[in-house]
Design a protein around this ligand. Structure first.
Ligand SMILES: [Zn+2]
Ligand SMILES: [Zn+2]
Length: 195
């Protein structure tokens, strides 16, 4: 059962105080992305992995349209600061990356000739433009692979340095020891020196 675009936009904007062009892009990209890998929206349980390239309003659009969620391990953020996402079909392994076409802002204006302000013309244009005018579609290979990202349940390792437990095979094996990413120097934070 597919939900109408207008309903999805309502669901997305209800999470904010507004509906903005990025939410529209998120909803439309979510629908187009699942279709590109042969799935209906919202996705059947854990049928897809969606990797989004930025957080914010765009992400809400993607979530409401696809049903992907962090809690189901069907949504990941690989923060590149881009309004783009890759959709992988867990069964077939096919992965397709969607990004707005480089001239999408200009193209949108032609779909809302009666709207003066660019922001509102884009807000309207993005809702009605054909998908092929909105997005580029490229088949890609995930790195790390889909299998590595999904990993296996129940695998636990202990970091030889900090002692913390690591699940989902996210450990790093270096110089004969098992380390967590942080201790291996590829974490996202550094401890403050003790003063
Ligand atoms: Zn917004
Ligand atoms: Zn560690």
């Amino acid at each position: 059962m597919s939900i109408a675009l207008s309903e999805l936009l309502k669901l997305s904007s209800a999470r904010h105080s507004h509906l903005c062009p990025r939410q529209v892009l998120g909803v439309r990209m979510g629908l187009a992305g699942l279709a590109a890998i042969g799935l209906e929206a919202p996705m059947p349980h854990k049928a897809a992995l969606v990797v989004i390239e930025s957080d914010g309003c765009f992400a809400d659009g993607i979530e409401v349209a696809t049903g992907a969620m962090v809690g189901h391990r069907t949504l990941r953020l690989a923060d590149q600061g881009k309004i783009a996402a890759t959709f992988a079909n867990v069964k077939t392994g096919v992965a397709v990356r969607l990004a707005p076409r480089l001239d999408v802002r200009q193209r949108a204006l032609a779909y809302a000739p009666d709207v003066k302000k660019k922001y509102y013309a884009q807000l309207k244009g993005y809702q009605v433009m054909p998908e092929i005018e909105l997005f580029s579609f490229h088949e890609v290979t995930l790195d790390p692979s889909l299998e590595a990202i999904i990993s296996r349940p129940g695998v636990r390792k202990k970091c030889a340095r900090c002692g913390e437990e690591i699940i989902n095979e996210r450990q790093v094996f270096a110089n004969g020891v098992t380390l967590c990413k942080t201790c291996a120097g590829i974490g996202y934070y550094r401890l403050k020196p003790v003063s």
